[in-house]
Each structure stands twice: as C-alpha cells, then as structure tokens.
Design a protein around this ligand. Structure first.
Ligand code: C2E
Ligand code: CA
Ligand code: CA
Length: 553
C-alpha cells in the first residue's frame, strides 16, 4: 500500500518538477502542509472506494456468496439505521420548530386576548364616565335623558305612570361665594346622597348640572306617592348643614311633571318640569314645589309675550320715570328724589317695576333699560338745574346685571360731560345682593364710579346674606335701610335693636343712612329719635310724575 502511495507521490513530485511555476507557488506559501494532508485524505478515500468496489463486485459476490449475503444484510441494516437517524433528527428539528411557532402563536393569542379584555374594561370605564356625574357619583344628565327616552318608548309605557321631579337649590351661589367652592362641592355631594336616601330603591336620582337634580319616581299609582316623597325630601333636607365648620340652612324648589299627562317626549318633560320649578321658585315660599299645570303654561306664554312687548317698549317710548322725595330728617326738607321706573303697556296699562325688571334681567334687556333710565334721569337733572332746583340730589337705581358689565363708569362719565350736571348730586343705588354675587368686579366698578365724584347708596340694606360683614369693604356713601325693618320698628323690640345698631354702625363708618318705607308719623319720630339722617316713604309722598314732583320741589 505504502508502495502505491510512494509511487503516486513520486508521480505528483515529478509533475511539479516539470511545472516549476506551480512548484514555486506551493512551496512559497503557508498552505503547503494542507495540500499534502488533503492529498493524503483523498488518497485514502480512493483506496477505501476501491476496496468497496472490490467487495461489491459480482465475482467476489459469487465466490463468497454466503458471507456476502450476511454482509449485504448488515450493510442494508446500517443504511436503514443511518437513514432512520437522519430522518429522526430532521423530523425532530422540524417538530421542535413547529412547537416553537405554536408556542409563539399561543403567546400572541394570549396577549391579544388580554389587550382585548383591557380594551373592553377601558370601554366600560369610558361608558361609566360618560354617564356618571364625577362629583356626586350619580347618573348625569345624559344618563337621565336616555332613561327617560327608554321609559317613554318602552312597551309598558301605556300602563306606566311615572313622575319627574326637577329640583333646584335656592341661592346655592351664596354657599359657594360665602364658604368657598370646596364647601359647595361637599354640600352638593351630601345633598345628592340624601336625595338618594329619600327615594325608593328603584327610583332614579341624577344630577343635571350645578345645583339642579332630577328624580324619577317609577310606577306611580296615585299622587299621594309623590307627596310622600316631597315630605321625605323636606324632612331630610331641612336641617342645619355643617360643612367645614360653617353652619347654614338651605331651601329648594321642585317642579313636577307626570307621564303621560304632561307631555309626550323627554324634551317636553324637561321643559315643563323646569317651568314648574321656576314657578315654584317665584312663589318664594320655602321648600316650594309646583306641579306642571295649565296655569304654568299660561304663565309661561304670558312671560314670553311680556318679553316680546318689553323689547318694543323703549322704541315705543312706553317707559316713564316717577320720583319719590327723600327727606332730610334734620331739616324736614326734600334733599333729593329717587327715580322709579314705570311701564305703560298699550293694553295692560301701568306695570310696576317688580313685574318687569326681573324679566328684563333674565332676558338681558336690563342694560338697555338701565341706560334709558340713566339718560332720562341726567336730562331731568339738567332741566331742574336750569329751573333753579340745582341742589336736589337724584338717586338712580341700577340693576346688579349692569354693575357686572364693564362700561357703566364710562357711560356715567359721558352723561356727566354731556349734561354738565354736578356729580355730587348724583347717587347710584345698588342692592347688596347684586354686589355680593360678584364682589371683586363690583367693587372695582363702584370705585371707578366714585372717582367721577358720583356717590353710591347701598339699597335694601339688611335683606342680604351677610350685610354687616361687607359694609366696611364696599366703597359706598349712603346706606338705605330696607322698609321691612321700618315697618315693624315699633312693634318688635329685636327689630328696633337691629335698626339702632345699623344706624350706629353706619355713623361709625361715616356713612349717611336713609330709612325707606316710612308710612306714619310714629315710625318717623322713632327714626328721628335714633338719629337717622334721611327718610323716604308714603308718609311724605308716593312716587309721582315729573310735574307733581316739581310742584313739591
Ligand atoms: P326700591 O329701589 O327699593 O324702591 C323703593 C320701592 O318702595 C318703590 O317701589 C317704591 O314705590 C316703594 N315705596 C316707597 N315708599 C314706600 C312706602 O312707604 N311703603 C311701601 N309699601 N312702599 C314704598 P317700586 O317703584 O315698585 O319699585 C320697586 C323696585 O323696582 C325698586 O325697589 C327697585 O329695586 C326696582 N326699580 C324701580 N325703578 C327702577 C329702575 O329705574 N331701574 C332698576 N334697575 N330698578 C328699578
Ligand atoms: Ca332704590
Ligand atoms: Ca330699597
């Protein structure tokens, strides 16, 4: 064997010698050893191949038939085992790969399911948020409206009578303004909670917005059930509220509509219940309620007509100013007049201000009316100055709504310039409640007015929420004691004590004080004895027209 190898090697070396460039190439590189090894391996392979061929040969086969059969069997067996192991490893790796993919897919599916579940939970949360009032946790307006829609359109609607109570807290704004918004929020939460406790488990309580709540009493058989709920509400809500150390009481108004009597759609019920609620509020009695009725419908229509008429009243020159004298209680002379507006309606005749001023405030016409009053009063003052009543002061009532708007001081400045009236003889009357609603802005505007030399009177003093607290803060010159105090001044000891301290307090703050509504000599003498500065009332004169007041001046 080694002989054959050596022979083979010699032939290879001789070939290299006859090809010096190849020889040089192989010897000159580091691969020379690899070439020789590769040569050796290929040689062995060739030899083994030849042996294989030799054994497989037909001649050998016939010579050693038996041993060849045996050999063939093992050769076949080896081949089967070898191919089986190859198949095994191939299939195994395939299956492992398949398992991996399957596992990955399952993991993805699980992730997908989880994401889907999260999404559904988020959707639920969003739906809850959209239908819940975040402060009280009660259903909100949307939820309430949907519920009403369902009740009205359900199959059982024909046999189902249900009541909708629209509930509004009276003067909730005062709680917010006086005790702060946090206290207001806590109060609303507690209020909603008590409402829920005051109705049946199946009834619905929702917060519509701000201080407005809705109650739906399902399956009403008779109106007594509604009255029973109203009683419960009054009993549970009429209490001393204590929130963040503040004690207060509240009242509320309720408008009631009943299905199917009071309308056919959710919008009807909401509109009618809110009309009934406003009607109840207007009545001004405490914890008031009103069922929607024909009367309320008519009242609504007449309000709408009044508003329409009011729009035309200025251009049609239907307003007139009346004047009531204000007496100096020291000299018994007229020191000034208060202008009081009157509306001469072409059909209804004279309408007193209390019937149309609140309406004008509601529909935004008030600033036009206030402007007309200011212009007319300034014109009158100018005429009186020309006629020689120069010293007469003129008090002009301004609505709280105009006070909230910028531009009032500018308006007065323009009129002062235009008419040349002495600003000291102009007094602007504002009510305490209108100031407190927007204290900072109001104080700013009043200061601007005062800078013009015009004086300010605080009207209806004593009827507001916390009169004495604010008196010192407000830039005012005159306090007008409300006529409710004057009325009972002699009959009730506590009222006379209050009036005494109000007069004293005003004087301590260097403010003049005018008593309103003096109707008899007894009231007048009593007020004089308490050193009240000015007085006004039917005892001296009712409000009268220009010609009559000129006669008095
Ligand atoms: P006010 O400013 O407190 O006006 C006094 C009201 O008391 C007037 O009612 C007057 O007629 C009435 N009065 C005067 N003396 C007596 C009396 O001795 N006894 C009784 N029982 N009443 C007396 P009036 O004219 O009906 O005005 C009511 C309210 O309407 C006024 O209350 C004021 O808030 C508002 N108002 C009147 N004129 C105007 C105005 O030109 N502009 C604005 N924005 N409001 C006005
Ligand atoms: Ca007044
Ligand atoms: Ca008054």
């Amino acid at each position: 064997m080694s002989y054959i190898y050596k022979k083979f090697k010699n032939i290879f070396l001789n070939y290299l010698k006859t090809h010096p460039e190849l020889y040089k190439k192989i010897h000159g590189t580091s691969h020379s050893k690899s070439y020789v090894s590769a040569l050796k391996i290929s040689f062995i392979y060739v030899i083994l191949g030849l042996v294989w061929l030799y054994f497989s040969d037909q001649i050998i086969y016939t010579l050693f038939k038996k041993s060849m059969q045996f050999f063939e069997l093992y050769k076949g067996l080896t081949f089967v085992l070898l191919s089986a192991s190859i198949i095994f490893s191939l299939v195994k790796s395939l299956l492992v790969h398949h398992d991996n993919i399957k596992m990955k897919l399952e993991q993805n599916l699980m992730d997908l399911n989880k994401a889907n579940k999260d999404l559904l939970e988020l959707e639920d949360e969003l739906i809850t948020l959209a239908y819940t009032d975040s402060l009280t946790g009660l259903p909100n307006k949307l939820s309430f409206e949907l519920h009403m829609d369902q009740l009205i359109s359900s199959k059982e609607a024909e046999h189902n009578r249900f009541a909708f109570l629209h509930l509004d807290i009276d003067n909730f704004k005062n709680i917010n303004d006086t005790f702060g918004h946090t206290a207001g929020d806590i109060f609303l939460k507690d209020f909603g909670h008590i409402l829920k406790q005051s109705v049946g488990e199946t009834d619905m309580v929702a917060r519509l917005h701000g201080d407005e709540f809705a109650i739906i009493l399902h399956h009403i058989h008779d109106d007594h059930e509604i009255y029973a709920t109203l009683d419960k509400l009054v009993n549970n809500l009429r209490k001393t509220w204590v929130i963040k150390g503040h004690e207060f009481y509240i009242t509320f108004s309720v408008g009631i509509t009943v299905f199917p009597d009071d309308g056919g759609t959710t919008a009807d019920f909401i509109r009618n219940a809110s009309s009934a609620m406003f009607f109840a509020k207007k009545e001004k009695s405490k914890d008031n309620y009103a069922f929607y009725s024909k009367e309320i419908l008519e009242d609504n229509l007449s309000r709408i007509n009044m508003i329409n008429d009011l729009r035309k009243a200025i251009t049609n020159k239907e307003f007139q100013l009346f004047y009531q004298p204000i007496m100096d209680l020291n000299t018994n002379h007229i020191s000034g007049v208060e202008t009081l507006i009157r509306w001469y309606h072409p059909i209804k005749g004279m309408i007193p201000p209390m019937e149309f001023i609140p309406l004008a405030e509601e529909c935004g016409l008030i600033s036009e009316i206030d402007t007309w009053v200011l212009e007319t009063a300034f014109d009158q003052k100018k005429k009186w100055t020309q006629k020689g009543y120069g010293k007469i002061r003129i008090n002009i009532n301004i609505s709280g709504y105009s006070l909230k708007r910028e531009g009032l001081a500018e308006k007065i400045q323009l009129l002062l310039n235009k008419t040349g009236v002495d600003p000291y003889n102009i007094v602007i009357e504002v009510t305490e409640t209108s100031l407190i609603e927007n204290l900072t802005t109001s104080i700013g505007i009043l200061n601007d007015i005062k800078k013009l030399g015009v004086r300010i009177a605080l009207d209806d003093f004593g009827t507001g929420y916390s009169s004495l607290t604010y008196l010192e803060k407000l830039p005012i010159d005159i306090v007008k004691l409300d006529r409710s105090f004057v009325k009972d001044i002699k009959d009730y000891k506590h009222i006379s004590v209050i009036v005494q301290s109000m007069i004293k307090l005003s004087h301590d703050l260097y403010l003049d004080i005018t008593a309103e509504g003096i109707e008899n000599a007894e009231q007048l003498n009593y007020l004089k004895s308490l050193l009240c500065d000015y007085g006004q009332g039917y005892f001296f004169s009712r409000p009268v027209d220009t010609i009559t007041i000129e006669g008095m001046l």
